[in-house]
Design a binder for this molecule. Structure first.
Ligand code: MG
Length: 381
């Protein structure tokens, strides 16, 4: 029986992780849950999964929840509470599915407690990949990706020698604006972007997917997870989202992982790894599948992707600036305060403004994150 804590249990990935636990009660048990503020949903989850500790990031909400459920479960709050759930002695696996750079500290703490990390929060590796991977190695903590592309690469790498990789090829759905002209995209509103064609995801990641920033962040994430050189990570647009990503080896053979797009597959693999267990997710039906297509991404329509490559190439604190600026800009775009191309425009401005440096601690990274978020807020005003 594996015991699991979920950071971000009321979000899209958290709910699907609980789905997997629900389907495999004999294999998995919930140790701890953490969420930002959705205490109604947390209350249902406590009822169903009976965790030991529950963290609610917003203190006022934690108090309301504690008042409702009494002493049945220990309720904690704030970053302290998040850290408590991340380091619970009884938990073997920590699912990190909170959104944004808030995932950084709890991931790091969980690593130091030698937990297995099932990582869905890509910002953690984007912002502080070098630090996180270094600590994971030092403490012998395993990091298993949940992001579908990285799970695919991780699966394609099983039994293979890393030295034999010639290229990692991440697939991108292309988002809802793939076939739109630049002029039309320029006027696109958040509600257009939220109609994602193939994946069911949270709001922030859906916008990131429409700008291709999601893929840019994934390129950076892949660099740290798989320790490959910058020139060895490519992106292809594959709108059907059936091939979840590929690895090309030195003999030019490509190994891919395929399946119906459903996040419960990579979540389940991260939880059951190294074993494979049964899934209720639909099988591929080759009769219905039709054509699978692959094209290269269009940089002039989606400038966020080249910006991400540039941030990775510059390295140091630059990916943190890219990510921090993007977080704020996506928020503004969701509130209809800025246009689609303001997102890359202000990210680029922030990158020009910032002088990247080599960081040694999480505090330094978080300081840069804070700086860039404030800087963007002031620029937009
Ligand atoms: Mg992905």
């Amino acid at each position: 029986m594996k015991k699991i804590s979920i950071l971000g249990s009321t979000g899209s990935i958290g709910l699907q992780a609980l789905d997997v636990v629900r389907m495999h009660r004999e294999k998995f048990k919930i140790a701890g849950l953490a969420a930002l503020e959705n205490i109604n949903r947390l209350e249902e989850q406590i009822e169903e999964f009976n965790p030991e500790v529950v963290a609610v990031f917003k203190k006022e909400k934690a108090e309301v929840l504690a008042g409702r459920i009494g002493r049945k479960v220990k309720i904690v709050s704030g970053m302290e509470g998040l850290l408590e759930v991340a380091t619970l002695t009884t938990a073997d696996i920590i699912v990190v599915s909170v959104v944004g750079s808030i995932g950084l500290l709890p991931t790091l703490e969980a690593i130091r407690y030698k937990k297995t990390i099932a990582l869905a929060n890509k910002e953690t590796l984007v912002v502080a990949g070098e630090l996180i991977m270094g600590e994971a190695e030092k403490y012998g903590a395993e990091i298993i990706p949940i992001d579908s592309e990285h799970s695919a690469v991780f699966q394609c790498l099983q039994g293979q020698d890393v030295e034999n990789i010639s290229r990692i090829i991440l697939t991108a759905s292309g988002g809802p604006f793939k076939d739109w002209t630049r002029d039309k995209i320029e006027k696109a509103e958040a509600r257009d972007a939220l109609k994602h064609p193939t994946w069911d995801m949270g709001r922030k990641i859906t916008i990131d997917s429409s700008t291709l920033m999601n893929k840019g962040l994934e390129v950076i994430e892949a660099k740290w997870l798989f320790n490959v050189g910058l020139g060895k990570i490519d992106v292809v647009v594959h709108p059907q989202s059936v091939v979840h990503s590929m690895v090309e080896y030195r003999d030019n053979s490509i190994i891919s992982q395929m399946g119906i797009p459903d996040m419960r597959v990579p979540i389940q693999y991260a939880l059951s790894y190294p074993k494979r267990i049964k899934s209720s997710v639909k099988k591929i039906n080759f009769n219905e599948l039709g054509q699978l297509t692959f094209t290269l991404p269009e940089a002039e329509k989606f400038p966020c992707l080249p910006l991400a490559y540039e941030a990775l190439k510059t390295g140091r604190t630059m990916p943190c600036v890219l990510n921090g600026a993007n977080e704020i800009l996506v928020e503004y775009y969701l509130q209809d305060k800025i246009g689609f191309y303001d997102i890359p425009k202000f990210i680029e401005k922030a990158m020009i403004k910032h002088e990247p440096f080599i960081y040694k601690t999480v505090d330094e990274v978080l300081e840069v994150d804070k700086w860039v978020k404030n800087w963007v807020k002031n620029e937009i005003k």
